[in-house]
Design a protein around this ligand. Structure first.
Ligand code: FES
Length: 653
């Protein structure tokens, strides 16, 4: 008679196995993704499966109740002590008796897919670089003179087919104690990377380690440092936290930090020390908030712009401040925490830094490319990550291009007369009635809403403190639509516009949004200087996008993705009225949320993704805005609102 047929779902993999074959063995032979930390000893419970009994006639398979063996004593003990969900079996204990269909639930798959909850749900396939292995090591005796490390390596080779083990030097001092404490049974964390030939032991615990291991995805920005603490087994984000980048005291923007390093001998070392200290503080805080030991954080992935990248690594960024903007290195980088001078993480914890695209287009842009995958887009996608610098990607399946454009801090509410960061009290959205030219606005943290969208007139609001980036963008666009502003960006007088709110201010005019009397607070106006600052920022952004389109030989794109925390708050219509982005149908403008942070999380959870982005970055065409004469031309033409020459037919609809 034929051996029983075993079919695994959802993979559909199948094969015949002799009666008595453990399900885990069958899974391994077929290459089915079934997890195991204890190597089939019935203690880790990672191998749980569900024998499926149902109508599987389409496979031509008859499935009987006794398709798997009865629970054995190991499984029964496990069930008694820890409890197995109804219908679940331990794949390493249950053996095949007759034809059977076996379902591997998502939590038992190493490469399970995790859905990221964000603006657009995205699937991350788990393929972590660091995994746990439970192993039983032979005790030393007088006849076997090998060292403990060598016997551990031998056990890993025999029990897990892990060969050529490398032990992190920081682990050696604790190795003997842990082995003896665990009575020669230990759980090891092995880091296997595509860049390093040998698997590296980076942590070990006596017995079966059940507290899990974690990773940090860190988006190291010039203003803020944001971290997501992620469970490396499940891919779930446990806690997210952020901290201000203390380098702000050396300069608000990147170029002022480069200047600081140029002007002050040792300045780059001060900035490196400051940012590493902040990362240590953030690591300790996030572990505390999550209630885990920071010693369990075994991997960290960084994404950052080139200047932050160099300052994190302790490299003087001076070359990034002058043409030809050479990076010290653009490759993806691998370190241990101790090599990078981080002390809150365990010393052997692994650090991965995404590759940089070019001197002005950093690992953060690479992370956006990893999250948004322009190279897999059927239609031509323009992806804009708006911050102090805008990173811009243009791509589809045939080719991806990237550049960075110096938009300056105006889009974040800085260098604006009443500007402030997006915080309670900030006007974040504004509407100006085209007939009356009266403003209605929405204030962060103010609950005196007068309509469904939260817009109210000035008299109904209290506690207004300023206007943030999205507020000022909307204000300028609304002023243009209400005829308060001409295409060159000039604010009209009260006589010319018919609005009493257009007040004289020296030789120019300003538009009064809030006079500070109703509800208190400062007087808030949009000045001619504010309009100019926004014009400069939006011209830089548009010119960067246009330069990529020129290089690609197109004069329109199919869709626009606004990334970055700020991107989530910009209204597509206002961005287009202003001419920040090229003309596309409004429903083709989407927000990707913090795409750089998402890219960091994907790289943290997946070696495959790391390989992919490293290959992608090598293929991306880099366009340097600073030396391209066309950039200046586009910049000047983009100064008008929305644009001096480029048509915006979608706005007319
Ligand atoms: Fe660990 Fe089955 S493999 S319990």
């Amino acid at each position: 008679a034929q051996d029983p047929l075993v079919i695994f779902t959802p993979s559909g993999k199948r094969g015949r196995f002799p009666v008595g074959t453990p399900v885990l063995t069958a899974a391994r032979q077929l290459g089915v993704d079934l997890d195991s930390v204890c190597g089939g000893r019935g203690i880790c419970s990672k191998c749980q499966i569900t024998p499926s009994y149902g109508d599987f006639s389409k496979h031509g398979v008859h499935v009987a109740q006794d398709a798997l063996s009865e629970c054995n004593s190991v499984e029964e003990r496990y069930d008694r002590v820890r409890g197995l969900k109804t219908g679940r079996r331990l794949g390493c204990q249950a053996t095949v008796q007759s034809d059977v269909v076996i379902d591997v639930p998502p939590e038992s798959q190493v490469h399970r897919q995790v859905v990221r909850k964000a603006a657009a749900d995205r699937v991350i396939e788990m393929d972590p670089a660091t995994r746990l292995f439970y192993v039983e090591v032979a005790e030393p005796d007088m006849h076997d003179p090998t060292g403990d490390q060598q016997r551990l390596a031998k056990a890993l080779s025999e029990q897990w087919e892990v060969d050529d083990l490398e032990v992190d030097p920081k682990i050696l001092p604790v190795l003997q104690k842990v082995l003896r404490k665990g009575d020669w049974k230990v759980t090891v964390a092995l880091h296997r990377s595509h860049a390093e030939a040998r698997p590296r032991l980076i942590a070990l615990w006596p017995g079966l380690h059940e507290a899990g291991i974690f990773g940090l995805a860190i988006d190291l920005g010039s203003t803020t440092i944001a971290a997501h603490l992620t469970n490396l087994d499940t891919g779930a984000v446990v806690t997210s936290a952020g901290i201000m980048n203390p380098q702000i005291r050396f300069g608000e923007d990147l170029m002022s930090r480069v200047s600081y390093a140029m002007m002050n001998p040792g300045g780059e070392r001060e900035m490196t020390a400051a940012v590493r200290e902040a990362i240590d503080t953030l690591t300790a805080d996030i572990a505390k908030e999550a209630g885990i030991d920071a010693g369990l954080i075994l991997e960290t992935v960084f994404v950052c712009n080139p200047v932050m990248h160099h300052l994190l690594l302790g490299i003087d960024p001076v070359e990034l401040g002058q043409a030809p903007f050479a990076l010290a290195t653009s490759d993806a980088l691998h370190f241990s925490a101790v090599e990078l001078g981080l002390t809150a993480l365990p010393a052997p914890a692994r650090i991965y830094i995404l590759p940089c695209i070019a001197g002005h287009v950093g690992a953060d842009a690479a992370a956006v490319a990893l999250a948004e995958q322009p190279g897999k887009s059927e239609d031509l996608a323009l992806i804009v990550d708006v911050g102090t610098n805008a990173e811009i990607l243009l791509g589809d399946t045939s080719r991806t291009l990237a550049c960075s454009s110096p938009t300056g801090p105006a889009f974040e509410g800085a260098q604006i007369s009443s500007g402030q960061r997006a915080a309670p009290g900030a006007i974040e959205a504004i509407r100006i009635d085209p007939a009356t030219r009266e403003p209605r606005f929405r204030v962060i943290g103010c609950d005196l809403w007068s309509d469904e969208d939260g817009f109210a007139d000035a008299t109904a609001q209290t506690g207004i403190t300023g206007i943030c980036g999205s507020g000022i963008i909307e204000a300028v666009a609304e002023m243009r639509m209400a005829g308060l502003l001409d295409p060159s960006g000039l604010i009209g007088s009260a006589e010319a516009t018919g609005s009493e709110r257009c007040l004289p201010a020296g030789r120019t005019h300003e538009y009064l949004i809030h006079d500070g009397t109703a509800g208190g607070g400062p007087k808030i106006t949009v000045t001619q200087g504010d309009i100019r600052a926004i014009q400069l920022a939006k011209s830089a952004l548009y010119a960067g996008a246009r330069l990529l389109m020129d290089t690609r030989g197109v004069d329109k794109v199919d869709r626009v993705v606004l990334a970055g925390a700020f991107g989530a708050h910009i209204s597509p219509k206002h961005a287009m009225v202003l001419g920040m982005i090229p003309d596309v149908p409004l429903d083709k403008v989407t927000s990707a949320g913090n795409a750089a942070g998402t890219g960091a999380r994907i790289a943290l959870c997946s070696l495959k993704a790391r390989r992919e982005i490293e290959a992608t970055v090598r293929r991306i065409t880099k366009v340097e805005t600073a030396i391209e004469p066309k950039f200046q031309e586009h910049f000047v033409a983009a100064n008008a609102i929305p644009h001096a020459t480029d048509p915006f037919p979608e706005l007319k609809k």
